[in-house]
Structure formats: C-alpha cells, structure tokens
Design a protein around this ligand. Sequence first.
Ligand SMILES: *Cc1c(COP(=O)(O)O)cnc(C)c1O
Length: 394
Amino acid sequence: MMPASKSHPTANLSPETVVVAAGRPPREPDAPVNPPIVLSSTFHGAGIPAPGERVYGRFSNPTWDPFETALSELEGAALPALVFSSGLAAVAAALSLVPTGGILVMPRHSYQGSLLLAAEEAANGRFAVRTVDIADTDQVLRALQGAEAGPDGGAEPASMLWIESPTNPMLEVAEIDVLARAAHDAGALVVADNTFSTPLVTRPLELGADVVLHSVTKYLAGHSDVVLGALATSDEELHARLHSYRSLHGAVAGPFEVWLALRGLRTLALRIERSQATAGLLAERLLGHPAVEAVRYPGLPGDAGYERAAKQMNGFGSILCIEVAGGAAAAEAVAGSVRLWLPATSLGGVESLIERRRRQPGEPHSVPENLLRLSVGIEHAEDLWSDLSQALAR
Ligand SMILES: *Cc1c(COP(=O)(O)O)cnc(C)c1O
C-alpha cells in the first residue's frame, strides 16, 4: 500500500510519468484506480477541529487533494498546490501578498485580466504598479530597485515581481533565475504565471520563484471544458496565507471541475509533445509566407527569446503569433476564413484556436493590431497547415 503521507511517491520519476501516476488512491484491494468525486459540502466532526480536519467544503474537499498533489509534484513544490475556482481567482490570491502601500513590478504584456486587476488595486490605492518589458533584464532590475521612476515616483524598492514567460501574447522570454535573485535582493516576492509553459516546459520554483500560478483552464485541464486556477509554493508561511485567503474570500473550485482537470492532466505530456512539435513546424513555414509580416515564436533561431528559451525551457511552447500583412482587417479576415482552426479566445486545449488579440478592448496597445495568436492543438500538423494556408491565401 502506498503510504498516505505528504512525501512525494513519484519524486524520482520523470514528469511524463508523474502526470499519469500522481494523485492515485492507495493500493488496496478493490480500491478504485481513479479518485472519486466527493459531493459533500460538510464533513463529520464534533469538538474543536484538529489541524487538517476537513470540516467544511470551503476549506477543503477530498476531490481537490489528488489534483493538488499532482500539480505540486510537477512543479517541485514541497507543499500541496492550492486549487481555485479560476486562474484569475488565483491571481487575486497571489496579489493579496503585496503589502498595502507596496509596489508590484509586472510585465506590460501580462495576461490581460492580471493587468486589469493590478490596475484596479492601484486605482484603489492598495499598491503601486510598475510595468516593464520583462525580457529587458536591466530594465526589470532598475524597476525592482526603484532606480526607475514609475507612476509611484520610483525610489522605493519593489515588494513583488510578477513574471510571465513567455508573455501573453507577445511571447517575450524572461530570464527567470536572474530576475528572481534580483527580486529577492530587493526584498520582493516572486510570482510566476506558468500557464503558457506548464511544468513540463518551465519549472519556475526551481529557477527561484516563490509562488507559481496556473490558469488550469488552459493546458493542465486541456479540453476547454473547465475554468480553474491553482497556486503552488514551498514556503510554509506563504502557503498558510494563500490557503487562508482562499477559505475567506471563497473562490473555491467545484469537485467535478477538479476531477475533470486531473483527468485532463493525465495526457498533458502527450498533448504538449504533439502541440509543441506542430507549433515549431508551423512557425518555420509561416516565416517565409508572403501574407505574414512577422512570426513570434521563441523556438525560431531568429527570435529575440530563442537563446534564453533554449536554456530555460524544455521545448518552446505551443503558442505562436503572426502579424498579418494588411493590418487589422486582414488579420480579422484570416481568423474569419479558417475552417478547422476555431476563432475563439483562450488557449491550451486539444483544439487549435486563433484570435486577433486586439479585438479585446482591454488589450495593451503595444500589441500590434494585426497580431493573431495561435494556440496549437493536437490535430494533424498538415491539416492545420493547409487550413491556415487557404485562409492566408485569401
Ligand atoms: C487565462 C489566463 C489567466 C486567467 O485564468 P482564468 O482561468 O481564465 O481565470 C491567467 N494567466 C494566463 C497566462 C492566462 O492565459
């Protein structure tokens, strides 16, 4: 029987195996091989609750445990991950770690929702935000130390560094280890949104981040059928604060969604292997296409992030962006004439999605109007290519 301890039973296995093996029920006669969905809002108990006792469904649910264990093992966290009702609920929890009156340094091409929430906190006077080009290490270092005047006037060192790598949708690659060291020197916490990479491609905790964040909605669940988020950390104090935030602010996940996410996670390695290979192939072919002005993909040797990505990532991810010749209208026309690719927002599912990001009113204006973000799924590469070619030929 597998010990029901908090140690990592899959610690010496490769991540491709961990996604399959982690979070299984104990090996007992007649036990299910998959964890059950537990639909109960409350749990037996009397007297003063012992530490770790479930008590009530806003504090814990047995269906969360296997997913939280699996994600924690994948990210190399010493404590179980914390699942949330959405990626943005996890973002809100992580931002709660910025002290009141503190300073958040954030990539100017972060996920739109993260930028909007940080801007709202700043507008309410909770903390100040300095946005940076996260690929420009010197600029980030200056912003961390306060040498660069932000809207807050500069001078004060930062309290939190937010990292996304590659960024959404510009696919800039951050030098995570160098930035994390500098942030800690400045006294700042480091949160890394690892949604685009997944732990199979980048492991931010190993590179020095304090907290890693996921929109589980994307690759981890992988089938565009749930909205969920998660955080993972090895720091006891941060874990306790984030756990308490989740219980008190109430953005908890439904058991069925978490069960679906664990089911999706089982095939993560295969999905990533296929979608990364196809993304690389499409990026190379699109590079020479007359209807394409630019291709952004860190796996292209000519890309600004190539060398950093080759060192830091295991592969180059499954998202690529193209800038279509002829401006916004031409880009919209491409997104409107694909037949296999789905014109829709989001990413990380088995089906390939295409979106002109600037159609979203809140998208930063430094994102080109003619930029299409391509989330490559697991369809046959040649089918994806021929559909894209016919749409670009119009
Ligand atoms: C989608 C996304 C989020 C937000 O997650 P939701 O599950 O939509 O709430 C945060 N960060 C990144 C990078 C994302 O792609």
